[in-house]
Design a protein. Structure first.
Length: 445
């Protein structure tokens, strides 16, 4: 028994004695916390600034355009970011992109602090959005693929486990800080703190040393990369079960993403913030409630990750994935129903706060129950020689429609109503869930 307890601790010490890994771990942690904190703040601030000049409907459209721009850049550039990470120094890509992100945010913070008018602020925010999204497209593949080059084979598993395990911690810390800082500090101070976070991360990353020439043989030209993408698409087309998952993920994300990226911030800024009284008003402001709702997902995700880690491996995951999808669908529909009843003045804001928080907690369980089977199916069903190409293609395909969903959501909110957005998303989610649960190809995987 003592031997079993000693091994994990030995690995932990070995991993964190590795200077390069230590620098990567803390550099990524600081970058990600800054990224989560910043996204929390900007999702509310863009609505606040736009409403002052263009009203609530105009704010919804501007928010939609902001989300569309960042989303489409990420979808288009991530494949090229992966190719660049294969052919260039990964560490250099990481610290250069972090420096650029940090400097950009500090510059925009200065513009806001100097009292720029609404139009100048919005233009600055959109330019910043483009720069940040482009740099994230290059940073993420580089940081994600660096690990195997800086740790030994014995250190790889615990090193990957600590990086993966820190993600939920990063999310919780970023959201907690976001809720507190947005409610207590001027927005330009939040920008400066985030910008400095990226710069500190970049300084840390500069000291990571590895032989970047060791992966020069994996270099791909742009033409070769496009051929790899085409080969991955063709392979997916002939894997009917996995293709069904991709179609489901593409469609499901299209209908689900607007309820969180567009509708929820609007509820916080234009619904909850304008209520004369609400639950725990003396302790929690609207931004705190937004933070709590978001944190609920991460807390339950941690719990579900522990539960699944103790479960036995299954032969097939198709039925588990279908159950997880239904588990995902139920909270989405409950949230939508609660919001529709609120905007129709049938239920109180307190009912919505309790309902949304509880359903967000359930979504954390469903999210892990959903993602783990998908990961296992991909690892088992896809030929090893095709795994990298198929993973890249599937990641892009599953996110491809989200920018367009954000744009459509803004139009529906501005031209119809936010209740109609929830109706639209609910109908779409039901159709996708019904189609996939009755898809026979998914039962074979």
């Amino acid at each position: 028994m003592s031997t079993m307890l000693a091994n994990p601790e030995t690995k932990k010490v070995q991993v964190f004695k590795n200077k390069n890994y230590r620098l990567l771990f803390w550099g990524v942690l600081v970058s990600n916390v800054a990224h989560i904190l910043f996204n929390f703040a900007i999702s509310l601030y863009i609505l606040e600034v736009a409403k002052n000049a263009y009203g609530q409907e105009g704010a919804a459209l501007i928010q939609a355009a902001y989300l569309f721009v960042s989303g489409i850049i990420l979808v288009l550039l991530i494949p090229f970011g992966g190719a660049l990470a294969d052919r260039k120094n990964k560490v250099r890509i990481m610290y250069l992109t972090d420096y650029i992100r940090g400097a950009t945010i500090v510059i925009v913070a200065t513009i806001i602090a100097l009292g720029a008018d609404t139009v100048v602020q919005l233009i600055s925010l959109f330019i910043m959005n483009i720069i940040l999204a482009a740099n994230s497209s290059f940073f993420n593949p580089a940081s994600g693929s660096l690990l195997r080059f800086i740790v030994s084979d014995e250190e790889l598993q615990p090193a990957a486990a600590y990086l993966q395990g820190s993600q939920n911690f990063q999310t919780i810390v970023g959201l907690v800080l976001g809720g507190i800082m947005y409610a207590t500090l001027p927005i330009w101070w939040i920008f400066i703190i985030n910008g400095l976070g990226y710069i500190i991360s970049a300084i840390t990353e500069m000291f990571i040393k590895y032989d970047h020439k060791s992966h020069s043989k994996t270099t791909h030209s742009a033409k070769e990369m496009l051929l790899d993408i085409k080969e991955g698409v063709v392979y997916l087309y002939h894997q009917k079960g996995i293709l069904a998952i991709m179609i489901m993920a593409l469609s499901f994300n299209f209908f689900v993403s607007p309820t969180f990226s567009s509708a929820l911030p609007i509820f916080i800024k234009f619904g909850l913030a304008e209520e004369s009284s609400y639950l725990f008003q003396n302790v929690l402001n609207p931004e705190h409630w937004y933070s709590i709702m978001s944190i609920a997902i991460s807390v339950s995700a941690v719990i579900m990750s522990i539960i699944i880690s103790k479960q036995k491996t299954k032969e097939k995951y198709g039925k588990s994935l279908k159950r997880a999808l239904l588990g995902f669908t139920f909270p989405i529909l409950v949230i939508s129903a609660g919001m529709i009843l609120y905007y129709q003045q049938i239920v109180s804001v307190n009912v919505v706060l309790i309902t949304v928080t509880m359903m967000m907690f359930l979504l954390g369980f469903a999210n892990i129950s959903f993602n783990v089977p998908v990961s296992m199916i991909m690892q088992r069903q896809v030929d090893r020689s095709m795994l990298g190409k198929v993973s890249s293609v599937s990641n892009v395909l599953s996110q491809a429609l989200i920018p367009f969903a954000s744009l459509l959501a803004g139009l529906i909110i501005a031209k119809l109503s936010i209740s109609m957005l929830y109706v639209f998303c609910s109908i779409g989610v039901i159709i996708v869930a019904f189609w996939f649960t009755n898809n026979r190809a998914a039962d074979t995987i």
